[in-house]
Design a protein around this ligand. Structure first.
Ligand code: AHM
Ligand code: MG
Length: 347
């Protein structure tokens, strides 16, 4: 991974657009507007603590989770900025039960934006990194009378034309892919621009880090426990232990493992019978990061097969997630399928 600092995100997107003779600039516009929204969110996150934006709103969202003031703010900023760009026919947000229509007053386009406005909300009040995750699809329905149909929102992840995330952390970083590698940009606050800082990111094929909420151990099945025991070097016949790292913000845990190698897991568990597939959402969390990791040479699985091939049934459906270095995720699949229950130390 080379580190050429200087190219702005806009130049980068435009150079990709010039390489594609069919590109109209619509997509470039869309990404540009999303970047502006992220800059606004980043500014507000950096002020948290100084202004009255920390804490909960007292409401519970569609995911049955406490809504934070910054969640609401980020959601609103993205919707308000993106709905008038003219490139979208609809949006879907982790925070809202229903698809977001584009008001009649605004022009419509052929793209669909799915997003988690502020991932890691439980970390907002304690200054741990949080982020925005997004995936972009092209409209597939052809009914001229309707701006969009549900099938436009419920496409499998491999249909994404772009995906990525912003992290609001020690610095604000944007990582994105349009199917041509993964590139990272860092926001230079004094310039107000995202500049290329991580060109063509490649994830190591095998890592040394495992990331999982081990407080859920009692709720996992035997195969999941055997897998995590293996990473801890505690299996029947295990290897040298991996290092454990878990922040509790998916974007931050994912980003670290993307750069260093390793596996992030949010397995299915028995904690809440209404959520048998774990906590994370397919459309706004798993799919975008699955596209990013695949483009970086890694892999994302639900424990049985590729996340990107899952046919979604619901905008808010949850999915077990194993994501990161290819060999580590394939190893997880082997444990979870029962093909192996322990490994020899020679591995
Ligand atoms: P959120 O989008 O409402 O913030 O929830 C998702 C977050 C992920 O960022 C993180 O990986 C996970 O929830 C942490 O869950 P847990 O506290 O159960 O470990
Ligand atoms: Mg989230």
């Amino acid at each position: 991974m080379s580190k050429r600092v200087g190219i702005t995100i806009t130049e980068h997107i435009l150079s990709r657009q010039r390489e594609n003779p069919e590109a109209t600039g619509a997509f470039t516009n869309l990404l540009h507007e999303l970047i502006v929204a992220a800059k606004v969110i980043s500014r507000e996150v950096n002020k948290a603590g100084l202004v009255d934006i920390l804490g909960g709103t007292g409401q519970i969202n569609v995911q049955e989770e406490a809504v934070q003031k910054l969640d609401v703010f980020a959601n609103r900023v993205i919707i308000e900025r993106m709905r008038h760009v003219g490139q979208l026919c609809c949006m879907g947000s982790e925070e809202l039960a229903d698809p977001i229509e584009i008001p009649a007053a605004y022009p419509k386009g052929n793209y669909i934006l799915l997003f988690d406005p502020l991932d890691g909300s439980s970390n907002i009040d304690v200054n741990v990194s949080i982020g925005t995750i997004f995936g972009i699809y092209k409209k597939i329905s052809e009914d001229k009378a309707k701006d969009f149909l549900l099938c436009d929102l419920l496409q499998p992840g491999y249909k994404q034309v772009a995906a990525g995330y912003f992290i609001y952390g020690s610095s604000t970083i944007m990582v994105y892919t349009t199917g041509d590698g993964v590139h990272g940009f860092t926001l230079y606050p004094s310039v107000g621009e995202f500049l290329l800082s991580h060109d063509n990111i490649r994830i190591p094929s095998k890592g040394k880090i495992y990331s999982v909420n081990e407080g859920n151990y009692p709720y996992w099945d035997e195969k999941t426990r055997a897998l995590v025991d293996y990473f801890k070097g505690m299996g029947k016949e295990s290897s040298k232990p991996y290092t454990s790292r878990y922040v509790g913000s998916l974007v931050a845990d994912f980003h670290r493992n993307l750069l260093k190698g390793g596996i992030f897991m949010y397995p299915a568990d028995r904690k809440d019978p209404r959520k048998p597939s774990g906590k994370l959402r397919l459309m706004v969390e798993a799919n975008p990061l699955a596209m990013v990791v695949q483009q970086a040479g890694g892999y994302a699985s639900d424990g049985r097969g590729p996340i990107l091939k899952i046919d979604p049934k619901d905008l808010h459906q949850r999915v077990p997630l194993y994501i990161g270095s290819k060999e580590d995720v394939e190893l997880a699949e082997s444990f979870l399928s029962g093909r192996i229950s322990s490994l020899s130390p020679s591995r």
